[in-house]
Design a binder for this molecule. Sequence first.
Ligand code: NAP
Length: 648
Amino acid sequence: MRNPHAGEPFTDSDAEIAAALQDVSIPALLMSCVHMTDDPAVRQSILDGPLRPAGLFLNEVQGFMSEDDKAAARSLALQIITDYRERGCPETDPVDPALLKQMMDWIAAAEVPDEYVPMMLEEMGLDGTDPRSDELVCDSGARTDFAVLVIGCGQSGLLAAIRLAQAGIPFTVIEKNPGVGGTWWENTYPGARVDVGNHFYCYSFEPADHWSEFFARQPELQAYFADVMGRHGVAEHVRFNTTVTSAVWNDDTGTWAVAVSGPDGAETLHARAVISAVGQLNAPFIPDFAGAQDFTGPSFHTARWDHDVDLTGKDVVMIGAGATGFQIAPAIAEHVGRLTIIQRTAQWMFPNPNYHAAVGPGKRWAIKHLPFYGRWYRFLIFWPGCDTGLAAAKVDPDWPDQQLAVSAANDMARLMFTGWITSQLDGDPHADELAAKVVPDYPATGKRTLQDNGSWLRTLRRDNVELVRGGVDHIEANAVVDSHGDRHHADVLIYATGFRVNDFLSSLTVTGRDGVELHEAWGQRPAAYLGITIPGFPNFFCMYGPGTNLASGGSLIFHSECEIRYIMGCLGLLLASGKTAMEPRREVYDDYYRRCQDELQTLVWSQPSITHSFYKDARGVVHSLSPWRLVDFWAWTRSPDPADYVLR
Ligand code: NAP
């Protein structure tokens, strides 16, 4: 079978190919040429030659190459591609590891450190296999009576289902919604789109060449997950419209009794293991505003968007300007009568000109036909956002004024982002007034940094839009009164106020060994070893659990792939042992928690100068985020260390 990344053969004319090349990423194109050419001298001339990226930066996929160099690269590529076409588009020979390393260094425009090379190779899966789908070491008989129950069918639950199916382990997925996608099912608000580039924000083993935009909108993402679910044949294992209410461990039988409630009523399912894939960002948070119950017009949370409410011509007040509010305002401002945005804290934003851009036909053609072009394009998106962001998040205790920046690198980010924001106000008569509202007064990257193509400030400059930098005092029958005492008339009230992120697994009651309930066991320290396993809760695994949200780079799908690989490793370990239950050693868990907290204390997200942030719990402690480099998390989750676990 042809390697799926080798590209589909094509017969396009020279002119058609040349037209497509106008639109592509030149660094990814030249790496594809290295695969395509059958002449070692040409290959080496690309890697050693003067046409090369000058640097790599997040969302900049041309490597800062000059127009002349790009033009020269296109004509070189045209020769190589037409020759490849004349040869019948054969499957290309595998590239040896030394050459691959050279290619990585070339496209990164810097040496890729050795410890990252295996991770990046695995991420790209160039040989067409799915390297994170490890064979379980146990025999197949042990698997077939080891039923697993997965809670949730968002991106992580679906991934768990795919891996369980591949391993021949029977499983059921319980999903409260009528369809797959989790967040991408529920968040249908206007403007909803992903903010990690889609050619990376997709399963490593399920790349999609069809993305219509670089940062796809919700319907396209939900359709992707539905498509993947269909192609992996797992839909028949998913019980939609069904809610898990509790899970109780029985130590005698080594099983979980899971209470579910669905269209056919309530019942109890039994499973040998439970995988919680309930997500962190799905329990809507609506603050307890005085007078909210008196509001007479329609009001709803962004994750429960009421599409029956026509906003045309209406006075709309939106409370909240986080990642969600930031996407909604530009999408509705043109249609509403008046939009008032109550923004308690300004957001840092990052320049991304492609944020709303369509993927041109040339790029789609290249991904579909040019060998490994899509894989190198994925590298271009992943690598610059990999672990470099963590460096800018690290607190330098000697940095003088910790209110605005926490280190020299962090201050540079502050200056760059401030420049990006204020440059958009050049020439605006109200520039100073607006800048005072939109330039944050806390360190850059301390809260989620938003992708921006200019649409936020364009929206704020509209005559029918007002941004209030302040909070809410109270709500009246048809208005919101802000913390300055100003009254804003509202026909419709939108709560863009985020989620109860720190109430992990809040929709469930989970009772482990000795009748201990998970939330009682956690108290004020929700945690899991590697974000996955918890002592006292045998055969219970979390995906996207405590300490696994990402704030400085990567994608949650990457993290999920790491987590499920580890979980499958645990299941393999347990099944091969002939025992019935496994849980992490208490001291391993405690040590991991302490190391996480120590590390988090050194990062900007814990800074006391950041007063409001969903990264922090009510006491100001960060439990949701991972403080680790992606390469460390990847290495630690490749397989479980049996010494970390008690098997019974
Ligand atoms: P959020 O970032 O928590 O933002 C909530 C907003 O509500 C903030 O502006 C917050 O102000 C405000 N707020 C909360 N309580 C308030 C109160 N009592 N009074 C006044 N204002 C209040 O939530 P979100 O925007 O829904 O985003 C959550 C996360 O979802 C994101 O960080 C991201 O991980 C994910 N998300 C991703 C995308 C994407 O991929 N494109 C899109 C949307 C969401 P403060 O800032 O002062 O707290």
